[in-house]
Design a protein around this ligand. Structure first.
Ligand SMILES: C[S@@+](CC[C@H](N)C(=O)[O-])C[C@H]1O[C@@H](n2cnc3c(N)ncnc32)[C@H](O)[C@@H]1O
Length: 306
């Protein structure tokens, strides 16, 4: 399955590819009437187009399709390997192989869209803390030939395996471990971090969704970690905005909002945890079931300069 987004993120195209052409799309005989099981991964056919996507996998929108198409898309969603394409950059993600790793999501793509609104042409060195699948750094490398070194680190070794499998670029380097320790005493031209951003009392920040500790630490440390003229590019949720902007104010760094999108909060491990939801409801989460999801939040991409 291939999920391709237009550069402005106003359109999402879902393709069946490879063997799915035979076993989902019914192309199972050749011109001589012989059974066909297999097709090259590059061979694809368009299955559906969604306007104004707010998720990579929008189950509510898919559920509204005519039954045959709905079931086709749900079947394609079962593909072990999903290829995400944005602005000619493509990444293969296999959730089973990269267990617990964060695959390209709507905030990953919003992050990449925002990179087009930031001048990065002077950047030679970068680090991505919490690289997940590696999509953001892959995008940055492909669009910035002047970059000489792009490092990626993630707590999850499977995430780093995904980065290594997908980024064949001699400028890239990969480390599994804690990004806070990894960057201590070092400086970079650009730091990327799409961090955990959902507040939770007594949060343990090794969960990709939970807590704002990493983000707050990086804002406080931006001056120490960035070269002169350097940039820290990150994002937060409307659920953590108040806390994050307070740290920005206290620290006195220059912050600029670059892009934003209101998206469903579709994280089952959060939504099925009644205590956590009760906490979030007191921190600005609002119920709004009308558009297919119970809860929405706004993601904002922010640039911090020193
Ligand atoms: C929201 S995901 C973002 C993944 C990817 N950058 C993207 O945008 O698709 C956050 C990632 O941060 C990682 N992470 C959280 N705390 C970290 C830390 N202290 N050091 C390194 N990685 C961390 C998680 O394992 C997770 O992969």
């Amino acid at each position: 399955m291939i999920i391709e987004f237009s550069k402005n993120l106003k359109e999402q195209r879902i393709y069946a590819n490879g063997d799915e052409l035979a076993n989902v799309m019914g192309m199972d005989r050749d011109e001589r009437g012989c059974r066909v099981y297999s097709y090259p991964a590059e061979q694809k056919i368009l299955a559906a187009v969604f306007k104004n996507p707010v998720l990579v996998t929008d189950t509510a929108k898919i559920g509204k399709l005519a039954p045959g198409l709905r079931d086709t898309i749900f079947k394609l969603m079962e593909s072990p390997v999903k290829t995400t394409i944005y602005d000619d950059v493509s990444l293969n993600f296999n959730q089973k192989k990269y267990a617990g790793a964060w695959g390209p999501s709507i905030d990953t793509l919003l992050f990449c869209r925002a990179l087009n609104k930031i001048s990065l042409s002077a950047a030679k060195t970068s680090v991505e803390i919490g690289a997940g699948s590696g999509f953001i750094t892959k995008y940055f490398l492909m669009k910035n030939p002047q970059v000489t070194k792009a490092e990626m680190i993630d707590l999850n070794p499977r995430a780093i395996e995904c980065c290594e499998d997908n980024i064949k670029d001699s400028r890239a380097s990969f480390t599994s471990g804690d990004g806070v320790k990894f960057t201590q005493g070092r400086k970079f031209d650009v730091i990327f971090c799409n961090p955990p951003y959902i507040p939770r009392p007594k949060s343990i920040d090794d969960n990709p969704y939970e807590g704002t500790g990493l983000l707050e630490y990086l804002i406080r440390s931006a001056r120490d970690l960035l070269n002169p003229g350097g940039k820290f590019i990150t994002n937060f949720s409307s659920l953590s905005e108040k806390d994050v902007l307070e740290v920005v104010k206290k620290t006195g760094v220059k912050a600029r909002k670059i892009d934003s999108m209101t998206v469903p909060l579709k994280v089952c491990s959060v939504l099925n945890n009644k205590k956590w939801v009760a906490y979030l409801l007191k921190h600005g989460l609002k119920k709004n079931s009308g558009k297919g999801y119970d809860f929405y939040h706004k993601i904002t991409i922010m640039e911090i300069g020193v």
